[in-house]
Design a protein around this ligand. Structure first.
Ligand SMILES: *Cc1c(COP(=O)(O)O)cnc(C)c1O
Length: 406
């Protein structure tokens, strides 16, 4: 029996299956590029550079005549495995991974616009996305119009003028506002706009914006994709033409690259993502229903509750309510803080989408950068908490909330 030579001999390619694979099979298999060692798990290629067998091969690599890796800012085998796997789960032609959710968000819009261009966005969104759209891009001459809520007439009015990009966050962070992706996409395309959806809160499991008519999807992979509180990362998914013609020329030179180590963590996280997200979403549904019955609580915002203003649209475009709940207490901030401090299992933290349940007071932390007026517009008051439901036993979370309320 001959031993396989170290590293140099690629394994024979296995033929792709003749049938179309389920996203969960893609979550475990897609993008897997084994080296000659035949390792079972995805390898970590912790390298910034690559070598060439000859000067001629280097030239060919730089002129794109081969698919030889060139430099970590452009591509890396471990990052590429993560990108291909996420693209297969999402049903997107292409994926580009970035170092954070915000670098993904910024690049997804910035690669499309120039001075004088117009962007339309949903008014309720994560505070850093809000700052990029309303403060940073306007410095470079981009105009921005925000649309409140989901009224088709308001969206049609905003999109009655030529528009380059439409950015929507649905559900929104932290108050879980819902925008109809199909309705906005149709109107946006009439205005000539590229539709970008921040799909962080729903995750790739519960909502498929591309199937609903959107052009581009972006993620903070820090949230449900890692889902275990370890790494910061982002991703942008879309068509071959968007990625090749718009995004890549921007991103290759501005450099928001993901670390191969973080990509290696994430490629394994994708394998368990659907199980984690479904479990978290089911527990969140149970807790949201319980919270609605508590006399100390004024209102509960959760897309899976019939009382949610966007319930019908959420039913249409999401396959679960998600892992995050917005809770408005009747009492003032002091009472809300007493509740937070009394929790024994649920941690006080500003992250979300984690296996550990986390509670946040957005007005004083994640969304403090926004003015009180903008906070009020988004429904973020001093009495509001955001609960990210994790993977603990739901009964224990319920008991924890019950004891902290009393
Ligand atoms: C967290 C978050 C982001 C930013 O992601 P980072 O990985 O923290 O940079 C963007 N959008 C939404 C909706 C988020 O929740």
């Amino acid at each position: 029996m001959s031993k396989r030579p170290w590293g140099y001999q690629p394994l024979p390619e296995r033929p792709d299956p003749q049938w179309s694979l389920h996203p969960q099979t893609h979550a475990v298999r897609a993008g897997l590029a084994r080296s000659g060692f035949g390792e079972t798990a995805e390898a970590l290629y912790l390298t910034s550079g690559f070598t060439y067998a000859s000067a001629e091969e280097a030239v060919e690599s730089f002129t794109d005549e081969t698919d030889h890796f060139v430099y970590g800012r452009f591509a890396n085998p471990t990052i590429s495995m993560f990108e291909q796997r996420l693209a297969a789960i999402e049903g997107a032609e292409f994926c580009v991974a970035t170092g954070s959710g915000m670098s993904a968000m910024f690049a997804s819009v910035a690669c499309l616009v120039k001075a004088g261009d117009r962007v339309v966005a949903s008014a309720a969104m994560f505070s850093s996305c809000y700052v990029v759209l309303t403060e940073i891009l306007p410095r470079w001459g981009v105009t921005i119009e925000l649309v409140k809520g989901n009224d088709p007439a308001l969206w049609a009015q905003a999109l009655s003028k030529p528009t380059v990009a439409v950015f929507i966050e649905t559900p929104s962070n932290p108050m879980l506002d819902i925008v109809d992706i199909e309705m906005v996409s149709k109107l946006a395309h009439l205005a000539g706009a590229t539709v970008i959806v921040d799909n962080v809160m729903a995750s790739p499991i519960l909502q498929k914006p591309l199937e609903l008519g959107a052009d581009v999807v972006m993620y903070s992979a820090t949230k449900h994709i890692d889902g275990q509180g370890r790494v910061l990362a982002g991703a942008i998914l879309g068509s071959f033409s968007y990625i090749q013609e718009k995004l890549n020329p921007f991103i290759r030179h501005t450099g928001p690259s993901l670390s191969p180590f973080n990509a290696w963590v994430l490629v394994k996280s994708l394998e368990t993502m659907s199980m984690r997200v479904e479990k978290m979403s089911n527990s969140a549904q149970t807790l949201a229903q319980f919270l609605e019955t508590c006399p100390q609580i004024k209102s509960v915002r959760y897309p899976g509750l019939k009382s949610h203003i966007g319930y019908e649209i959420a039913q249409k475009q999401m396959s679960g309510g998600g892992s995050t709940i917005g809770i408005e207490f009747k009492g003032p901030r002091a009472e809300v803080f007493t509740f937070m401090n009394a929790l024994r299992v649920i941690d006080i933290s500003n992250n979300l989408g984690d296996s550990k349940s986390l509670i946040t007071h957005p007005a004083s932390t994640t969304h403090r950068r926004l003015t009180p007026e903008v906070q009020a517009e988004m429904g973020i008051t001093d009495s509001v908490l955001r609960l990210s439901v994790g993977l603990e036993y739901a009964g224990d979370l319920l008991t924890d909330i019950e004891q902290a309320l009393s």
